[in-house]
Design a protein. Structure first.
Length: 264
């Protein structure tokens, strides 16, 4: 018992020393050696390979960007604000929080998978500039999703509803299959190998950009009317099962829409 008591005292002294070093204030030390912080934690630009403490709950932002982290072990289980681990050497998100109240940004790492304990992000999720080939393991995202500059060949794992903006540019996508069915903000999928818009949502809340792909000329020549085209596409069956465009049906649809004065 004396040994345990001395060990606990030593551990708390060590934790207090580390907190002073990294200017962490308003913290409580838990019985298991983890700490709760009422406020923000900034461990950025410290050349850290791993986190120096075990965190449990942080009410504000948790920033550990621009280090040399190879793991997120020690991260808080809950973060009330943003969680920012950009510009590290992470290949997985193992050790990530379970819940994040605002943005989760893991861009500019070496991620090959999104599988982790992360379950819910109330704000936006950014995983751009990584090595992802799919979005499998994606947590529930409250608003925005940015996954550009990866090696995505499929959108499998993508949330079906995006309440904000969706960006998936600069990947290897050939279709938008498995992508979101509703996007309330803008939808940007430029610089891919997309050949069909069959699986694009029928409605996008803001603007839609699909330049620098391999789409049919008929689609690109009429891209200004893409919203009405997508709304009417099922009724006129302009897409074949394989996603290719039925030009005859497309031209017939455009003639009808023009006669009804529904084109821009």
């Amino acid at each position: 018992m004396k040994y345990i008591k001395k060990y606990n005292i030593f551990s708390k002294l060590r934790i207090n020393t580390i907190c002073r070093k990294y200017r962490i204030t308003n913290y409580t030390i838990n019985d298991n050696g983890s700490i709760d912080v009422d406020g923000n934690v900034n461990l950025s630009k410290r050349s850290l390979i791993k986190l120096p403490l075990r965190f449990n709950r942080v009410t504000g932002n948790f920033e550990c960007y621009d280090n040399k982290l190879i793991t997120l072990e020690g991260s808080p289980r809950e973060v009330g604000g943003n969680f920012d681990c950009r510009f590290n050497k992470l290949t997985t998100l193992n050790g990530a929080p379970r819940e994040v109240g605002c943005w989760f940004d893991c861009s500019n790492n070496e991620l090959r998978t999104l599988e982790s304990e992360l379950e819910k992000v109330d704000g936006g999720f950014c995983c751009s500039f990584n090595n992802l080939t799919s979005l499998s393991g994606m947590p529930k995202v409250g608003r925005h999703l940015h996954c550009s500059y990866n090696e995505l060949v499929t959108l499998r794992g993508c949330p079906k509803k995006i309440l904000g903006d969706f960006e998936c540019s600069y990947n290897e996508l050939k279709t938008l299959e498995y992508g979101p069915e509703e996007v309330y903000g803008y939808f940007i999928c430029t610089h891919n190998n997309i050949t069909t818009l069959k699986w694009r949502p029928n409605e996008v809340g803001n603007y839609f950009e699909c330049n620098y792909n391999c789409l049919p000329e008929l689609i690109m020549d009429n891209i200004i009317n893409i919203d009405i085209i997508m709304k009417e596409s099922d009724d006129f069956s302009i897409w074949r099962r394989d996603g290719s465009l039925d030009e005859r049906r497309f031209n017939y649809m455009m003639t009808i829409l023009k006669e009804e004065d529904r084109l821009l």
